[in-house]
Design a protein around this ligand. Sequence first.
Ligand SMILES: [Zn+2]
Ligand SMILES: [Zn+2]
Length: 174
Amino acid sequence: MILDLRPLLRGELPALEVDYTLTPPPMEGIIFPEPARVTGKITDNTGYMSLTLSCDVPYIGECARCLAPVEGRLAFDFSRTVVDEKGYAMVSDTDDFDEDEYVVVKDGMLDIDAQLEEALLLEFPFRLLCRDDCPGLCPKCGKPRAEGECGCVTKEIDPRFEILKKLLEKDENV
Ligand SMILES: [Zn+2]
Ligand SMILES: [Zn+2]
């Protein structure tokens, strides 16, 4: 959403409340049943403006080990200093500049959706598990091990031996 900061810039308001919804970026294997809620405010601190937001979104994914559905909520904070293009040119010239500390207001308007989407992708769990000690699936029949014994006889095969075995078979064929 494009936020109109002109009343703040004109000094008519000390702060601007932010409350809107953002469509999360598409992520493979993840369903977002609802859009992300973005709440917080932009405050004028005489001389500079700061933005402090929270983003909250429910998701449904699948367990990396047993493929069971995993429901969760992602919530993270997003804080930045608001600068205009001139201010950005100045700060980006300094040695300790970090572009992730700023958002740029252009002609009084601020659009942070792309940066919020990027933050959401970075904050999202790298791997989802239905529970920390999920035992995964039986490699033979595919039944979740958490559901009990399937009766399959599974031998742990060391991949190095498999390669050796193949090499030996090759030798025999010569
Ligand atoms: Zn699992
Ligand atoms: Zn099995």
